[in-house]
Design a protein around this ligand. Structure first.
Ligand code: NAP
Length: 471
């Protein structure tokens, strides 16, 4: 039988769709799933694409079905399942074969797995795939990390299956080691902030201006035609316009206000902290999701403290312009923070991450896709040495024009008791970085006072201690 070009383990939501995408692009793919009935059902439902699919009932059969050197995508639940698959494949594969973990792995696990396999195992690639079910089926954004020559073996497949933006495939080798999974993690962290800020603006329109979901939907739809144009704004408008067929109420009103999280947002915040890079808009979004889970506690707090009544008046054109500007400014800061975290990780781990390319492969296929990412790519291309997006000429101008709107919204919300944690964090970040004289002089004095940690002076070099004994 003709050998397959590539293999795939795990026919869940992502794996099945990715396999169909690969088969559709003319590659022959061998597939295996732990639960055999799923493999059968997958092939039965593949229609004409079944011609390009080799169903395997064991990992051994999978390994034997693929052309050497054998690339095998592992698309199973992140964590122990991946380690188990690697251990099982290790005994079946040779050193020039390639295991590709395409799940949402913690990049630290990817680094560990790569190091463990480096001695005697097959080669290993950590590959972030974004775009959910639809993306996997019709074109995801693909972020690859690992040995570049191993990437070359799978590049034609990735080039064919990735999303396209103006003809350019949204896939790239971003660096060695865990670079791909790290970038995917930060992608998800930015996604958290993007979603949270949109939700905060929705909260202002709902709780401040007293608008219904169907009244808010056209506002987002209109914004989607301007500089906020993005997949997330587009689906926000669609979600808000949707009615629950059972109750006749807006769909969003029958959905419990408790959001889940699987880890990548939290990992972004943790890695930002470990690298010492502020990602406060992202951290606030992660914290907001955690707070959303404390429904009972929030109910008790509302009973105790009450919730302020709507106080913002009608949503005039002017008010909407300010809200749109605030969302745009908040988004700029969140993205700037995410890219700064990636720049710091790149330095720390020696990845040489191409920030412009990262922005470019996010322009289509992934959840945060938007025209805005094209502007980010251009900004990094034009100022390649700049790691802080806010200091690139293009984004300096954008944030300068938009931050007064953000300030107005955060101030009004503070007075009205409407929570906007991520937007407020973005504003706090902007105001902190543009003030060259901060307040850490006092922090240093305090540290020296209680712990003799020493401080630097503004007027001469060296480390000094204050004589605090007489205070
Ligand atoms: P899923 O639908 O829940 O499918 C999980 C797959 O993993 C199934 O094929 C399952 O096999 C297999 N599996 C689980 N534990 C296993 C084990 N111990 N040994 C062997 N196989 C095992 O998951 P998914 O949504 O496709 O997600 C897969 C990966 O993609 C995850 O890392 C996820 O975070 C990532 N991801 C998901 C999305 C998304 O939108 N869903 C987007 C990007 C990335 P059985 O059929 O035998 O249970």
């Amino acid at each position: 039988m003709e050998k397959a070009d590539i293999g795939l383990i795990g026919l869940g939501v992502m794996g099945a769709n990715l396999a169909l995408n690969i088969a559709e692009k003319g590659f022959r793919i061998a597939v295996f799933n732990r639960t055999g009935s799923r493999t059968q059902a997958f092939v039965e439902n593949a229609g004409k694409l079944a011609e390009n699919i080799v169903a395997c009932d064991s990992l051994k059969a999978l390994a034997e079905a693929i052309e050497h050197p054998r690339p095998i995508i592992v698309m199973v639940s992140a964590g122990q399942a991946v380690d188990d698959q690697i251990a099982a494949l290790h005994t079946l594969l040779e050193q020039d074969d390639i295991i590709i973990d395409a799940g949402n792995a913690n990049f630290r696990d990817t680094r560990r797995r790569m190091a463990e396999l480096a001695e005697s195992g097959p080669r290993f690639i950590g590959m972030g795939v974004s775009g959910g079910e639809e993306g996997a089926r019709h074109g995801p954004s693909i972020m690859v990390g690992g040995a570049q020559e191993a990437y070359r073996r799978i590049e034609p497949v990735l080039e064919a299956i990735a999303a396209r933006h103006e003809g350019e495939a949204c896939q790239a080798w971003l660096g060695p080691d865990g670079a791909g999974h790290f970038v995917k993690t930060i992608h998800n962290g930015i996604e958290y902030a993007d979603m949270q800020m949109i939700a905060e603006i929705y909260g202002i329109l709902r709780d401040g201006h007293g608008l219904s979901a169907s009244g808010i939907a056209p506002i987002f739809a209109k914004w989607n035609e301007g500089r906020l144009n993005s997949y997330l704004i587009e689906i926000t408008a669609a979600v808000l316009a949707k009615t629950d067929s059972g109750s006749g109420r807006p769909m969003v009103d029958v959905i419990l206000d408790r959001a889940g999280q699987k880890g990548t947002g939290r990992w972004s915040a943790i890695e930002a902290q470990s690298l010492g890079i502020p990602a406060t808009a992202i951290e606030a979004a992660v914290a907001a999701r955690s707070l959303s889970a404390t429904k009972k506690e929030r109910e008790r707090a509302e009973n105790r403290f009450g919730t302020p009544a709507p106080a913002a008046g009608p949503a005039t054109e002017e008010a909407l312009t300010i809200l749109e500007g605030a969302l745009f400014a908040g988004k700029i800061v969140a993205y700037a923070q995410g890219f700064s975290v990636m720049a710091a990780a790149s330095r720390e781990f020696g990845w040489n991450l191409p920030l412009g390319t990262v922005a470019r492969i996010w322009r289509a296929g992934c959840i945060i896709r938007s025209q805005f990412l094209g502007e980010i790519a251009d900004a990094f291309d034009q100022a390649p040495e700049t790691e802080n997006l806010l200091l690139t000429p293009a984004f300096s101008d954008l944030i300068e024009a938009a931050h007064p709107h953000l300030r107005r919204v955060v101030a009004r919300c503070a007075e009205a008791g409407i929570p906007v944690p991520s937007l407020a964090a973005a504003l706090g970040h902007f105001d902190t970085i543009r003030r060259s004289r901060g307040t850490a002089d006092l922090i240093q004095a305090q540290r020296d006072f209680f712990g003799a940690h020493g401080f630097e002076r503004v007027d001469k070099e060296g480390t000094y201690h204050g004589d605090w004994s007489d205070t």
